[in-house]
Structures are given as structure tokens and as C-alpha cells.
Design a binder for this molecule. Structure first.
Ligand code: NAD
Length: 267
């Protein structure tokens, strides 16, 4: 049995993750946290999930409940995740991090923590997107810079970071497929008299609309033809199921930084 602690348990992702953990054989929820002051702090996890008492209360900080599980699953906010990573390292617990929007400092903290605990870190935990990342790398390594590349992502109006972690990852993957560095060829805004498109640039455009769960289209286009590859998530369950799969997988691993390709065995 892999015992999991879910942070941000009342969030859009947190709530789906606890529900899927409960229905997954070999997994259980033995701890949960929410932000200080949230209505569910102090509630029994079992009561919160409608399963009857479990004897563990929802806490307002991870350090106080980290001992109760094997793996911490974190889908919150970058600054909150930073504190959760410190607590998981102190308690020697494995982590699955789905939070997006980390800056350089946050990414460095994750990398450093992974020398002490096993961490699966992925901006998108769906099988479809992770398979697509492999395909995108292959396509970008064949099509030269005669092919313009733009990525368009759409998410719900509540999303806080832009572009999405998935769009950034896709942009990094196609840049790497071409042997280029995204920091040099990435273009994240276009406005005004910007001149002709530069050869080799990789554009990333962001849309924020209503309740869209997550859509990404990668366009490779040249004179006379265009390839468009789209992934549409219509339910957060694809990410939550991926996170639970990652938790079961990472529980038995040595310290290190892993991604969903490792979890899913995509080479
Ligand atoms: P959300 O705002 O619905 O949920 C975040 C939760 O964290 C909220 O309930 C909030 O109260 C809670 N929180 C805030 N401070 C806290 C604290 N100190 N301790 C504990 N909990 C705290 O957001 P969401 O839509 O669930 O997304 C969360 C993150 O996951 C975002 O970064 C999003 O981009 C990312 N995400 C990743 C994937 C993936 O597959 N990797 C998929 C979807 C979303």
C-alpha cells in the first residue's frame, strides 16, 4: 500500500487526486493539507471525502502531517510548493510535483531536493501529452527552420501562470529537437510593428477562456503545407490519474529527478 499526502486538497486538481487515490487499488490518502484559514482545516479526511471517519485531520501545514505518508502529491502554487518541498525533504518523503510556473530559483530548489528524495516533476501528467512530447521532438528534428513553429495554448480563466507549463515544455522540446536553445529562439509576445518573422523563431501564444481544461496546438508551417497537432483535455482526471500513477511508481525509487516519460516507460 502506498500512503499519500495530498496538498491543496480542495483545489481543482487536489480534489480529483484524492477521489482517484481512494478508488485506486494499492493507494490510500493518509494526510491532506489546505491553506491556513480554509474552511476544511481540522475536518477528518474521511468525512471530507464522504467515506466516514478516517482518524486523520486536514492540516494547514505539511510539516505536521508529512510523517503519515510515503509520498506527497503537490498541485498548488510555486511559492507554496517551495515550502512543501522543504517539508518533504526534512521528512524524507518522495514527491510528485504537478505545480507549474516555477522560476529559475524554484527549478533549482527542485533539482537540489532531488539529490535527497525521489521526485516526479512534470507540467502535464496526461499520457496523451507525454506521448506527444516524444512525437514533437521527432518532428522538430526532421523539419528544418524553413518550417515556422508556433504553439497555441488555451486554459480556463482562473489559471495563474502563462504560458502554461505544458506549452513551455513543448517549446523546449521542439527547440531541443532542432538543436536550439529556447532562451534564444522563443517569442512569447507579438504586438505592434514587429517586422517579419525571424527564421527559426518558436512562438508561444496564450488564450484564457471560461472553463477550458487545457488545449495545446503545435503548428509546423512552411510555404505550401502545414502540420497541426492538437491535444485537448476535457477532464482533469487525465492529470489526476497520471499523478496517482506517478505516486505509486515513485514510492519505491531512489532519490533523483524523474518525469512522466520515466513513469510511463516512454523512451
Ligand atoms: P487551484 O487554485 O484550484 O488549487 C490550488 C489549491 O492549493 C487551492 O485549493 C489552494 O487553496 C491551495 N493552497 C494554497 N496555499 C496553500 C497552502 N499554503 N497549503 C496547502 N494548500 C494551499 O489550482 P489547480 O487548477 O488545482 O492547479 C494547481 C496547480 O497545478 C497549478 O500550478 C496548475 O498549473 C497545475 N496543474 C498541473 C497539471 C499537471 O498535469 N501537472 C494539471 C493541471 C494543473
Amino acid at each position: 500500500m502506498v500512503n499519500c499526502i495530498v496538498t491543496g486538497t480542495a483545489g481543482r486538481m487536489g480534489r480529483r487526486i484524492v477521489d482517484i487515490l481512494i478508488e485506486t487499488e494499492g493507494a490510500d490518502v493518509t494526510g491532506a493539507t489546505e491553506r491556513p484559514g480554509h474552511d476544511i482545516i481540522g475536518m477528518d479526511i474521511g468525512d471530507y471525502l464522504g467515506l466516514g471517519k478516517k482518524g486523520a485531520a486536514i492540516a494547514d501545514n505539511l510539516a505536521s502531517v508529512a510523517g503519515a505518508g510515503d509520498v506527497v502529491i503537490d498541485f498548488t502554487l510555486p511559492d507554496v510548493s517551495a515550502r512543501h518541498i522543504m517539508a518533504a525533504v526534512d521528512a524524507g518523503k518522495a514527491m510528485v510535483i504537478g505545480t507549474t510556473g516555477f522560476d529559475e530559483k524554484g527549478l533549482a530548489q527542485i533539482s537540489e531536493a532531488s539529490s535527497k528524495i525521489p521526485i516526479v516533476f512534470a507540467p502535464n501528467m496526461s499520457v496523451g501529452v507525454n506521448l506527444l512530447l516524444k512525437v514533437l521532438h521527432d518532428i522538430a528534428s526532421v523539419l528544418d527552420e524553413d518550417y515556422d513553429i508556433d504553439i497555441v495554448e488555451t486554459h480556463h480563466r482562473h489559471k495563474k501562470d502563462a504560458p502554461s507549463g505544458t506549452a513551455l515544455k513543448m517549446a523546449q522540446v521542439v527547440a531541443a529537437g532542432r538543436g536550439r536553445d529556447l532562451d534564444e529562439v522563443g517569442v512569447f509576445t507579438r504586438h505592434g510593428i514587429i517586422g517579419e518573422r525571424k527564421r527559426g523563431e518558436i512562438g508561444v501564444q496564450t488564450l484564457r477562456i471560461g472553463d477550458v481544461v487545457g488545449e495545446h496546438t503545435v503548428i509546423f508551417g512552411t510555404m505550401g503545407e502545414r502540420i497541426e497537432i492538437t491535444h485537448k483535455a476535457s477532464s482533469r482526471d487525465v492529470f489526476a490519474r497520471g499523478a496517482v500513477k506517478a505516486a505509486l511508481w515513485v514510492a519505491g525509487m531512489k532519490p533523483g529527478l524523474y518525469n512522466m516519460h520515466d513513469v510511463l516507460g516512454i523512451k
